[in-house]
Design a protein around this ligand. Structure first.
Ligand SMILES: CC(=O)N[C@H]1[C@@H](OP(=O)(O)OP(=O)(O)OC[C@H]2O[C@@H](n3ccc(=O)[nH]c3=O)[C@H](O)[C@@H]2O)O[C@H](CO)[C@@H](O)[C@@H]1O
Ligand SMILES: C=C(OP(=O)(O)O)C(=O)O
Length: 419
């Protein structure tokens, strides 16, 4: 298994280009199943999850071509299978996003249950309940969700909790339903907004985009379109935290500050000087040590759970005590044990981590357990004295494009060790 080796101690300095958002491009690729013509997607990030999604759509018969300008041309007209098999779904939860589009457009879908993963049990009951409310017959047999419907019918659906992919699945399904669907307690994440805007570009009628109530007036058909994926706010936040932890100065180019309010507020609280423009964010730490910050994760617009691990790493070397409370996933502190191996002072109490910042951490071999945990460990390696090797970095390739190259350009001493 490939590892990443980091020799800590170099402040990050310079400019880094932000890629398209993983959590936006995946639902947008799923939305292509709804169209009756080709869709062209630009700003597609080169990520392992994107490759897996392309393989999934390809197995269904969808034609996908990446041109020399990094635009993805998706032609769903050749689809011949409505099955998402276990071997692909198990490697990527987002595969569940084909469920709504398949049943809405083709009247049937068979999608493997994604199952639990490292950060929590992650059930899909809300996806199933929402489709049933739209009139689909849904059963779970032999590990597969099987859904059927002649044509979905609009309904009022109140989600029991805010779920990002749950909202996305129901939103996509509702675009081709007969009549109007109201989704209450909908997720407001920027990636949900991006998907909704892409659906509108394909001819969908959606009101309330960006609010907790989405109103979808079903249409007979969706057509092909061109759409540019929004920049990745979590990748952006990760580089900014890296700059803050190392006392450096980094400009994230192609970033959208409006999607990062809660994260930028915490970076300012940590002592960073921030400036923003229409498509960039610059963080200047001026060589200072960050101050510890308290964080409570929650659905957007509150602080994102996908940035929790990175701020846990920041608190490890900050001045003072930081308390981090994780309210979205029940098992998202596995990085804490690995950070302790570097000398971090962390006490876990249920869903809370109490972190006493230390003057310095020291390099050690550590192991990534999930995507954002691996990013957090790489950040910790940037400030730990000596060499840190992060094992199981396949997790990081799911969601970060060329992370070691991008950090290398910013001055980090980092390289990938082949397996
Ligand atoms: C591909 C993608 O976009 N992934 C993101 C998405 O994951 P994902 O969409 O899977 O996460 P959800 O928003 O659905 O999960 C939020 C909470 O709701 C629970 N839940 C969810 C659905 C359901 O049917 N039943 C249920 O109980 C989950 O277990 C969790 O505790 O949002 C998460 C929360 O912002 C992010 O961390 C992930 O990066
Ligand atoms: C948890 C994440 O992704 P996924 O939902 O695909 O597992 C993430 O992006 O941090």
């Amino acid at each position: 298994m490939a590892k990443i080796l980091i020799s800590g101690g170099e402040p990050l300095h310079g400019e880094v280009a932000i890629s398209g958002a993983k959590n936006a491009v995946l639902p947008i690729l799923a939305a292509c199943l709804l169209a009756d013509g080709p869709v062209t997607i630009s700003n597609v990030p080169h990520l392992h999850d994107v490759t897996t999604f392309i393989e999934l759509l390809g197995r269904m018969g969808v034609q996908l071509v990446l041109d020399d300008r990094m635009k993805m041309h998706v032609d769903p007209r050749t689809i011949e299978s409505h099955v998402a098999p276990y071997d692909l779904v198990r490697t990527m939860r987002a595969s569940i996003l084909v469920l709504g589009p398949l049943v809405a457009r083709f009247g049937e879908a068979e999608v493997s249950l994604p199952g639990g993963c490292a950060i929590g049990s992650r059930p899909v009951d809300q996806h199933i309940r929402g489709l049933q409310a739209l009139g689909a017959e849904v059963s779970v047999e032999n590990g597969y969700i099987k859904a059927r419907a002649r044509r979905l019918k609009g309904a009022r659906i109140a989600m029991d909790m805010v779920t990002v992919t749950g909202t996305e699945n129901i939103l996509m399904a509702a675009t081709l339903a007969e009549g109007t669907t109201v989704i209450e307690n909908a997720a407001q994440e920027p990636e949900v907004v991006d998907l909704a805007q892409c659906l509108v570009a394909m001819g969908a009628q959606v009101e309330g985009i960006g609010t907790s109530t989405l109103v979808v007036h079903g249409v007979e058909r969706l057509h092909g379109a061109e759409y540019e994926v929004l920049p990745d706010r979590i990748e952006t936040g990760t580089f900014l935290v890296g700059a803050a932890m190392t006392g450096g100065k980094v400009r994230a180019r192609g970033a959208r500050a409006s999607t990062l309010d809660a994260v930028l507020a915490k970076l300012e609280e940590a002592g960073a000087h921030l400036s923003t423009g229409p498509d960039w964010i610059e963080l200047d730490m001026g060589g200072r040590r960050p101050k510890a910050v308290n964080i409570v994760t929650a659905p957007y617009p509150a602080f994102p759970t996908d940035m929790q691990a990175q701020f846990t790493a920041l608190n490890c070397v900050a001045e003072g005590v930081g308390v981090i409370t994780e309210t979205v996933f029940e098992n998202r502190f596995m990085h804490a044990h690995e950070l302790q191996r570097l000398g971090a002072d962390i006490r876990l109490e249920g869903n809370t981590a109490i972190i006493q910042g230390v003057q310095r951490m020291s390099g050690a071999p550590i192991m990534a357990t999930d995507l954002r945990a691996s990013a957090c460990l790489v950040l910790a390696g940037l400030v730990a004295q000596g060499d840190t090797t992060v094992d199981r970095v396949y997790h990081i390739d799911r969601g970060y494009e060329n992370i070691e190259e991008k950090l290398g350009v910013l001055g980090a001493k980092i390289r990938r060790l082949p397996s």
